[in-house]
Design a protein around this ligand. Structure first.
Ligand code: ATP
Ligand code: MG
Length: 880
């Protein structure tokens, strides 16, 4: 019988396969076609359209083990993690689905058979809940499954009636609960299935989607009702393995063992430590899978949820006394446990662990300082008998120390503190205000308003410039002058023009807009940029060169063709580059931004380490091989679904319409892209990388050029080499050797020069010694020398001091606009004279300042002409 978590997962899928279900792979934690949903939070998410009858998947029964995250949005179990034995931020949901195929009777019978006959749960421990009005379900459970009536509990709409939205498919549910016994949970004698504690553990929820709710709230029966079920693998495993907590199953114990080892403690000995260990175990799984599905830590949306989870885990590590990054290693434990079921984790492993390490290190830098501030503040608040943490403090911790508010709440909860959320929000709003203020004045706002108006008045334009660049029969739909709609624009005026159809590409997807001319019978308009401020239309920005351009006029469109070609070569170049990056560095390479114009291309992508010279060479070689193969660049428009199925590369999080364009280059590259491209890869000519750098944690940037620009770059580099070779009087290929030799020579000459200077100084010091005088019983040497370099001056001073034996030395020197003073007092006199103090007195005379030790001090000033005044003053100082 299935016993381990892995075996149980498999037994469920096998069982439903034996009942005619197609085993379907888990979809990503990022919901593909539901922008309103933060994470995939149930098995049905990937089947939404199948339930709505909008999509035919070629099967009507499916079974899945779905990766789910409930850590934000509608379903958020984050606060429960570590506290209850049954909630996780990341978990796997087993589910069987019927899309208008079988219904209630089969669903209930199979659920029961699986639990009783396959995994052999004891009947007497199971409880059933049904929706209060669902007599049909009662009959099936009671009559057919022979579940005693007192074990079937009727529940209200809140817990047992499922709706997809305000309107649409909905229906009653029936849950299966497992009674873990009196000793588990709240322990109250009256505890029953209604209680929210861990005792009556909900393991399976069966949703009977049988109605369509209309705007008036009427429930209209569906002709072909559906089934949607969900059972937490971790909970089922706990029950089968006879443990009271998900964390005691083999789906968690290896992670817990790792945490025990790292922290040097044992699980199960201290309640507080145990919470931390569970939080870390849960969060290690969550961060591994979230990053694996392409989410990276950031300050908004999914990336922020990930950051919060990761930082919370790091802080619990700290509570356990772990003072170095460790989550990257616990993620590796997770990967090793799960790779059999999710093989993609293996290829992503290095990316996942590096990403975690990086984020953890970043947080470590501010964690201690933040905690210190927080401790000080809470101590002060406690003294003042206050229990609310001020919003300003919460904001400071958030803004400066990277403490998500829920982390702060988590830290202070223990001491009975709550957060002033309103105060925090007010601070946040102020910050947003400031950010908005920084934007104002760019003029963008006023313009966007007029575009919005144009859009709501129904103005639409079509791009038809993929194949040709010249077009003769476009019509002017709208003219804007100074950001306002106008009837026409006159010669010399700047204006923005919308046409019904255009061959000008409006800046989007990182590709710059086209430039060129619009010409009509009575006007000529120069287009300096083309934008796409709103999806529906394209705006030509420019200036009327001749005549008057009016709404309604016919225009001929002429694009700067050379420029367009260069842009296309660069855009196709980014596709080639991305394919080469994947080939050399691995499949974790994902585009995170790109910029393409006529001069070159910039490509940002996820990768952790610097690209080595060898790797870069390979990347360039593969890219140029693809170019020389001269394959056709094929484009095709199809449904987004189909495109993703073919494995085309899509950009993270980018919003795509229902239909998308696929750009394909041979076998190596297939991307969703709306840009303009070359006809054959050979048209790119040559791709040359100029520069590679890091732009953010885990994101790198490559700048490159193609075609003419690439040639120009190579020529320029060669020109430089030629000039240098001529200068060195060497062959081009010998420049390096020659430069190396010269560098060595220079170093030798410098050494010789130093030695000479030393010798000269020694000789001069002998000469100067004669100028020493006795002042107040001390030998004093005060002279101006012609040494301009501080170090040499000091060395010189040292030599003089050695020669002098006992006395005071003051050296002055001038160099251009600057003057220097150096004072030395031999050790035997430092009890009486202080070089630093002497210098302090003298420095103002040369318009400067200085100081130093009792035996040596120096000063710099800006009045070299006053150097002569210094020496008499010294004399006065010493005779005082
Ligand atoms: P609960 O009331 O225990 O939070 P739920 O009503 O939110 O559960 P459903 O939305 O019906 O649960 O999800 C179906 C199944 O998924 C549940 O029966 C349970 O086995 C599992 N499940 C739900 N939430 C979690 C979670 N946060 N962690 C682990 N398993 C979960
Ligand atoms: Mg729940």
């Amino acid at each position: 019988m299935a016993k381990t978590g892995n075996e149980i997962r498999e037994s469920f899928l096998k069982y439903f396969e034996s009942k005619g279900h197609t085993r379907v792979a888990s979809s990503s934690l990022i919901p593909k076609d539901d922008p309103t949903l933060l994470f995939t939070n149930a098995g049905m998410v990937q089947f939404k359209n199948a339930f709505l009858g909008l999509e035919n998947r070629g099967y009507t029964r499916a079974a899945t083990c779905q990766k789910c995250a409930r850590a934000g949005g509608k379903h958020n179990d984050l606060e429960n993690v570590g506290v209850t034995a049954r909630h996780h931020t990341f978990f796997e949901m087993l589910g069987n689905f019927s899309f208008g195929d079988y219904f209630k009777e089969e669903a209930i019978a199979w659920a029961w058979e699986y639990l009783i006959d396959v995994v052999k749960l004891p009947k007497e421990k199971l409880w059933i809940t049904i929706y209060e009005d669902d007599n049909e379900a009662f009959e099936i459970w009671n009559k057919k499954m022979k579940v005693p009536a007192d074990r079937i509990v009727r529940m209200g709409e809140k817990s047992n009636f499922w709706i997809m939205g305000e309107t649409g498919p909905c229906g009653p549910c029936s849950e299966i609960l497992y009674d873990q016994g009196k000793d588990t949970g709240c322990g109250r004698p009256e505890c029953d299935v209604h209680c929210d504690c861990d005792r009556h553990l909900e393991i399976w929820n069966n949703v009977f989607t049988q109605f369509d709710r209309d705007e008036n709230g009427n429930l209209n029966p569906l002709a072909r009702p559906s089934i949607d079920t969900g059972m937490g693998l971790e909970r089922l495993t706990a029950v089968i393995q006879g443990v009271k907590s998900n964390y005691d199953t083999d789906l968690f114990t290896p992670i817990i063992r790792f945490v025990e080892k790292t922290a040097g403690i044992t699980y199960g000995q201290n309640t507080e430590n145990d919470v931390s260990i569970r939080v870390i175990a849960d969060h290690s799984r969550a961060v591994t899978f979230l990053i694996g599905d392409g989410i990276t830590p950031s300050n908004e949306g999914r990336g922020y949820v990930l950051r919060r989870i990761l930082r919370r885990a790091a802080r619990h590590g700290k509570l356990l006394g772990i003072n170095k990054p460790f989550l990257n290693q616990s993620a590796q434990v997770v990967i090793d446990m799960m790779k059999g079921v999710y093989p993609d984790l293996v290829e992503k492993a290095s990316f996942i662990t590096k990403m975690i390490l990086n984020e953890e290190q970043r947080f470590m830098e501010t964690l201690d300082a933040g905690l210190r501030i927080l401790n000080d503040e809470t101590a002060a608040l406690k003294k003042a008998k206050k229990s609310v943490l001020p919003g300003a403090l919460v904001f400071k911790l958030y803004d400066t120390y990277g403490f998500p508010t829920d982390l702060t709440a988590d830290i202070v909860r223990h001491d009975g503190f709550t957060l002033d959320n309103e105060g925090f929000e007010a601070e946040m709003e102020q910050q947003r205000e400031r950010a908005r203020g920084a934007w104002k004045g760019s003029g963008e706002e006023a313009i966007s308003e007029c575009y919005l108006k144009a859009s709501s008045s129904g103005i639409v334009s079509e791009f038809c410039g993929y194949d040709g660049v010249i077009k003769s029969d476009a019509k002017v739909l709208a003219v804007f002058v100074d950001g306002k709609p106008a009837d026409s624009a006159l010669e010399g005026q700047k204006a923005e023009i919308i046409l019904d159809t255009t061959t000008f590409y409006g800046e989007s997807g990182g590709q710059t807009g086209d430039t060129g001319y619009l010409e009509g019978a009575s006007f000529k308009f120069m287009v300096v940029d083309t934008k796409k401020p709103i999806d529906k239309f394209i705006v030509h920005k420019g200036k009327v060169l001749k005549g008057e351009i009016k709404a309604g006029a016919k225009a001929q469109l002429i694009i700067d063709e050379e420029r367009r070609k260069a842009i296309a070569a660069n855009h196709s170049g980014t596709h080639v580059l991305q394919a080469s990056l994947k080939a050399v560095l691995g499949d974790h390479i994902k585009q995170s931004g790109s910029q393409v114009n006529e001069k070159g291309l910039r490509f940002d992508f996820t990768h952790f380490s610097k690209i080595s010279d060898d790797e870069m060479k390979r990347i360039e070689e593969i890219a140029n091989d693809m170019i020389r193969k001269n394959v056709d660049v094929k484009t095709e428009v199809c449904a987004l679904e189909d495109a993703l199925k073919t494995g085309a590369t899509a950009v993270f999080d980018e919003k795509y319409g229902a239909t998308v364009r696929i750009v394909k280059m041979g076998e190596m590259s297939m991307e969703l892209c709306g840009g303009t491209h070359v006809k054959r890869t050979g048209d790119i000519g040559l791709l040359k990388v100029l520069h590679e750098s890091a732009i953010a944690a885990g994101v790198r940037r490559i700048e490159a050029v193609t075609g003419k620009e690439a040639l120009a770059h190579v020529q320029k580099a060669e020109e430089e080499l030629k000039r240098t070779a001529a200068l060195f009087k060497s062959g081009q290929m010998e420049v390096y050797d020659r430069a190396e030799k010269l560098q060595k020579q220079t170093r030798e000459l410098e050494r010789e020069l130093e030695a000479m200077k030393g010798k000269l100084a020694a000789r001069d010091s002998g000469d100067l010694m004669g100028q020493a005088r006795e002042i107040g019983g001390v030998k004093v040497l005060a002279v101006e020398v012609s040494i301009v370099d501080v170090k040499t001056l000091r060395d010189f001073g040292d030599k003089l001091r050695d020669k002098m034996g006992s006395g005071i030395i003051l050296l002055g020197s001038k160099a251009g606009e600057k003057a220097m003073l150096l004072c030395m007092v031999t050790k035997d006199l430092t009890g009486k004279y202080h070089a630093g103090n002497i210098i302090k007195e003298l420095a103002p005379l040369i318009g400067g300042s200085g100081g130093g030790r009792p035996d040596m001090a120096q000063a710099g000033g800006t009045q070299p002409e006053n150097l002569g005044k210094v020496f008499p003053v010294l004399e006065k100082l010493l005779t005082k």
